[in-house]
Design a protein around this ligand. Structure first.
Ligand code: NAI
Ligand code: HPV
Length: 527
């Protein structure tokens, strides 16, 4: 039974999927301190958070069972990604579910700051009928500068166009073609600062975006500019903004997010009549909260059940077309890795993965992770597709990827060669239409094995009667042979025998096998 800990007010409707799962129990705890979380986290397989809980390295160190941290939202700056990757903890987010909610709040903030709605409301409910102070500005024909033209930034741009605004966007990934298509002019940060009447930011908070708008940019701005931040505190330098308001450059600002949340009571935004604030409400709509909780719950279930997933933040994203092609190979790749990992003794020095046929034109990086995971799982605990490459690197295991267009026999072939100080072994597999996964080569021997269950790998000399001897020995010890394959270099030469058995072969029977004069080695592999 998997145990999931839900924190930070995640929608109950959204996590219904987890509640309904027979193999999951869900516990909800709100507002735990770091120490309180450390005290209980070892019990849980999955942790679900929003932006409030800081998932620190200390918490992950205590989380001995934790497989996944699910972020019901976009930003993961509250989660120590490096610490998670090192420990093989998958971090997933729900990037699509709150785009519209945050875009709409941005628009609400832009209109509020253009018309001073919160300030006017406050006076009106206070008994004043002040129609002089709050003369606003229109959005039409104004220039909106957008830093960060991803999901939210692009939706804001769309709506701004409908309002008759000119939009200038800055985003290192915004191409001229796409900008033209959505009717956005491209500009640098400084060009935006100099030209815009409204500026809104929609980037993540990174080393590059921290204080991307600071004193030098405010100095370039037109008098009367209005600034909106519904992304992350810290993208705009808060103190420089206050100065720019005091010096009359900035006419108003609307902030949903703060460098420190919640802000201290004496924070200069909180008593500035030109600054509108909300308590990080961008994603706080019924729809968005249901969306992100559903998305994150689906992914958490996949991860707990060892099924493929797509939104890992601490792994490169896999486009859907690549995923569709690769997914059928994940199981085969992992089994080939497990198989070859169990055939060798001693530390692995190099893993050579070769692809031919169908996979040559595909980005095989996700599949490499499954293969390396399979290899290392034989020697290391806690390996998974998130940390497999990291663990290989930290253990000086060289991973070499080769591709060849010339597969002689199979439409697709994945072969894995393992080198240790004293050995080099190879296994190759394919997906056969109608038959599924097959191992088709072990070292230099062609074979045809369905890679499931208990496998006995026997190296022997090709002598008459050896097959019978092996069969008799196993049979007399109640080990039933399901399938048998033999491969040899030539008559009387060295050969291999691969058996699948209905149950595991006891150690003493393996020992008796090895003592047969024709046998070189016998090993049970579990894949
Ligand atoms: N206030 C709230 O409650 C919410 C805030 N957010 C924040 O909004 C941010 C944006 O969310 P999405 O649009 O969904 O993310 P996204 O990943 O679709 O877009 C972010 C864009 O920023 C761009 N970017 C990265 N570095 C940049 C730089 N140095 N200069 C300019 N652009 C840069 C990226 O290329 C990307 O296109 C999130 O990172 C999150 O922090 C998101 C949801 C709710
Ligand atoms: O999704 C995001 O990045 C957000 O900032 C939303 O945060 P929240 O889930 O409302 O704590």
């Amino acid at each position: 039974m998997y145990k999931v800990l839900v924190m930070d007010g995640i929608s109950d409707l959204g996590i219904q999927l987890l509640n309904d799962a027979a193999d999951v129990t869900v516990e909800k705890k709100i507002g735990l301190s770091e120490d309180e979380l450390i005290a209980i986290i070892a019990d849980y397989d999955a942790l679900l958070v929003r932006s409030q809980t800081k998932v620190t390295e200390k918490i992950m160190t205590a989380a001995s069972k934790l497989k996944v941290v699910g972020r019901a939202g976009v930003g993961v700056d509250n989660i120590d990604l490096e610490a998670a990757t090192k420990r093989g903890i998958v971090v997933i987010n729900a990037p699509d579910g709150n785009t519209i909610a945050t875009c709409e709040l941005t628009f609400a903030m832009m209109m509020s700051v253009a018309r001073s709605i919160p300030q006017a409301y406050k006076k009106t409910v206070g008994g004043e009928w002040d129609r002089k102070t709050f003369v606003g500005v229109e959005l039409r024909n104004k220039t909106l500068g957008i830093l960060g033209m991803g999901r939210i930034g692009s939706e804001v741009a769309k709506r701004a166009k409908v309002f008759g605004m000119n939009v200038i966007g800055y985003d290192p990934f915004l191409t001229e073609d796409r900008a033209e298509k959505i009717g956005v002019k491209l500009g640098t940060v400084n060009e935006i600062a100099a030209q815009a009447d409204f500026i809104t930011v929609h980037t993540p908070l990174t080393n590059e975006t921290r204080h991307i708008i600071a004193r030098p940019q405010f100095e370039l701005m037109k008098k009367g500019v209005r600034i909106i931040n519904c992304a992350r505190g810290g993208i705009i330098d808060e103190m420089a903004l206050v100065e720019a308001i005091e010096s009359g450059i900035v006419a108003g600002a609307a902030f949903d997010v703060f460098e420190e949340e919640p802000p201290r009571a004496e924070h200069p935004f909180l008593n500035n009549p030109k600054i509108i604030v909300t308590p990080h409400l961008g994603a706080s709509t019924v729809e968005a909260q249901e969306n992100v909780a559903i998305d994150v719950s689906e992914e958490v279930l996949h991860i707990l059940r060892d099924e493929p997933f797509k939104n890992a933040v601490n792994m490169p994203p896999v486009p859907a077309v690549v995923m569709n092609k690769l997914q059928p190979y994940f199981n085969l790749g992992e089994k080939l890795g497990q198989f070859i990992g169990q055939t060798t003794e001693g530390a692995v020095q190099e893993i050579i993965i070769s692809y031919s046929g169908d996979l040559v034109d595909v980005d095989v990086n996700p599949l490499n992770r499954y293969i390396v995971k399979g290899v290392l799982a034989n020697q290391l605990e806690g390996v998974n597709i998130v940390n497999a490459m990291h663990l290989a690197k930290t253990r000086d295991v060289n991973v070499v990827i080769q591709k060849s267009t010339t597969s002689k026999t199979f439409t697709n072939l994945v072969s894995v060669t393992l080198k240790t100080k004293n050995e080099e072994r190879l296994v190759a597999g394919t997906l056969l239409a109608g038959y599924g996964e097959r191992i088709v080569q072990i070292d230099q021997y062609p074979v045809d094995i369905a890679p499931h269950g208990n496998l006995l790998l026997i190296s022997h000399n090709d002598k008459p009667g050896i097959i019978g001897k092996v069969g008799t020995l196993l049979g007399s010890n109640d080990v039933n042979i399901a399938t048998m394959q033999v491969g040899r270099k030539g008559v009387g030469g060295s050969a291999i025998m691969v058996l699948t058995t209905d149950k595991s072969t006891p150690k003493e029977v393996l020992q008796q096998l090895v003592e047969l004069p024709e046998l070189i080695n016998a090993k049970e592999l579990s894949i």
